[in-house]
Design a protein around this ligand. Structure first.
Ligand code: GLV
Ligand code: MN
Ligand code: MN
Length: 417
């Protein structure tokens, strides 16, 4: 019975669609729910209602992480939970699957167990973690980082967002400053279902990614101070042009990623110029650099080459460049045993599966610090994500959620240390 159990694909697809209506970006299918905005609050309240309807016990901690725990009739409440989940915040121009899938598939697993009167030995917990995207409040994976004790609650509450608002104030404002202590209870294991957000599974025509690692992430904010001056009268050799310096850095980030090659990627996703006018040399530029690599030594090499470039540039252009680390996480390896179980379960369900690394950051990489962890990926159409056009079919989602169901069941039915 348990091996042939299937999630309800229509119900899961329906919840994904309903949540996507909150902060929907008109005519695109995508959504905009930056962390701790009104839209995030409304999305949180909807998911909370679903958790309550399922009879889950809900805990909200000091940084706004929400964990719903489900107990069957014969569940031993003294045992640690088997945990799944992800995030429901999005980037400003996000899709409907990134993060949301992992949370809603967790609820779907709980509902499937409940309606089939299957009572696991361990409780099953489904969490959604604050500010995974890092697009409003850096670093990314902030809520799960605090959950596992990697950042103090006080430091997290004091983080300033891109709009100058303080995280703790925004949390209070939307009514999600909870009382459950952080760090949170250590789960028996953590397993997260997520869309791949890249092109690999689709190109290989493979249904499931058994994710064994996550690449390292380095986010830096560079603030460049030059001097504003008249665009028509200032000779080229007399400029201290913060806009030009920003453009040079952006081009260098691309160049260094190509030179290091392999898995090295580099992105300048945000540049703000001041005063941002057609006929004024920019006095100030604030920009972000996102560098990632699966290899820590190579990631450090990319970081040091960027530092050297900025020193040389500040001299040649006579500008001041200040640098601030927004996020820095080393590459993470997941549990061999759990990755194996994702592979085995996928094969037993007749699904093609391949082991792979994750290019994106995920809450699971934080949980890997405290308990056996792995992830399940499903394909992304055209490898698109952080884009309203992000798409994974209902059938592909159904496959991933059924793998999640069986892996969670295996973990929750056996008692172990
Ligand atoms: C989170 O989505 C990240 O990888 O930037
Ligand atoms: Mn995500
Ligand atoms: Mn994302």
């Amino acid at each position: 019975m348990v091996d042939t159990l299937q999630i309800n694909s229509g119900r899961l697809w329906g919840r994904i669609d309903e949540l996507a209506q909150v902060g929907a970006i008109a005519d695109t299918g995508g959504c905009s729910r930056l962390a701790l905005t009104d839209e995030d609050r409304d999305g949180r309240n909807l998911v909370l209602t679903w958790m309550e309807d399922l009879g889950m016990e809900i805990a909200i901690d000091g940084v706004g992480n929400v964990v719903g725990t489900w107990f069957g009739d014969d569940t031993d409440r003294s045992l640690p939970s088997v945990m799944t989940g992800s995030h429901i915040d999005t980037v400003r121009t996000g899709g409907r699957f990134d993060g949301n899938l992992g949370v809603l598939a967790g609820l779907e697993v709980v509902e499937t167990l409940a309606e089939n009167e299957i009572s696991p030995l361990h409780p099953i917990a489904v969490g959604f973690f604050t500010g995974e995207e890092g697009a409003r409040f850096a670093p990314d994976m902030l809520g799960s980082l605090v959950y596992v004790g990697g950042m103090s609650l006080e430091s997290a509450l004091d983080i300033e967002g891109i709009d100058g608002k303080r995280l703790g104030d925004e949390l209070e404002r939307i009514g999600f400053r909870g009382v459950t202590p952080c760090p949170g209870p250590i789960p028996k294991a953590f397993i997260e279902l997520h869309i791949e957000q890249g092109p690999i599974l689709e190109a290989a025509n493979t249904s499931i990614g058994a994710v064994d690692s996550v690449q390292g992430i380095s986010w830096t904010e560079l603030a460049i101070e030059g001097q504003s001056n008249h665009a028509g009268t200032t000779p080229m050799h007399m400029r201290h042009d913060a806009g030009f310096a920003a453009a040079q850095i952006a081009a260098f980030v691309r160049q260094v990623a190509l030179e290091i090659g392999g898995n090295q990627v580099g992105t300048v996703g945000k540049v703000d110029l001041h005063p941002n006018l057609v006929n004024v040399v920019a006095s100030r530029a604030v920009m972000t650099v996102d560098l990632r690599n699966t290899d820590e030594a190579l990631l450090q090499k990319a970081e040091s080459r960027l530092r050297e470039f900025c020193v040389a540039l500040s001299e040649s252009e006579n500008v001041e460049i200040k640098s601030k680390v927004l996020a820095r996480f080393e590459p993470v390896s997941f549990s061999d045993e759990l990755v194996d179980s994702v592979v085995k379960v996928s094969k037993s369900l007749g699904l093609s599966v391949q082991q792979m690394t994750s290019g994106a950051g995920h809450d699971a990489q934080m949980f890997a610090r405290i308990c056996p962890t792995a992830m399940i990926f499903v394909p992304s159409k055209d490898g698109l994500s952080h884009n309203p056009a992000e798409y994974t079919s209902q059938g592909q989602i159904n496959d991933g959620a059924n793998v999640l169901l069986q892996v969670l069941l295996q973990l929750a039915k056996e008692q172990s240390g």
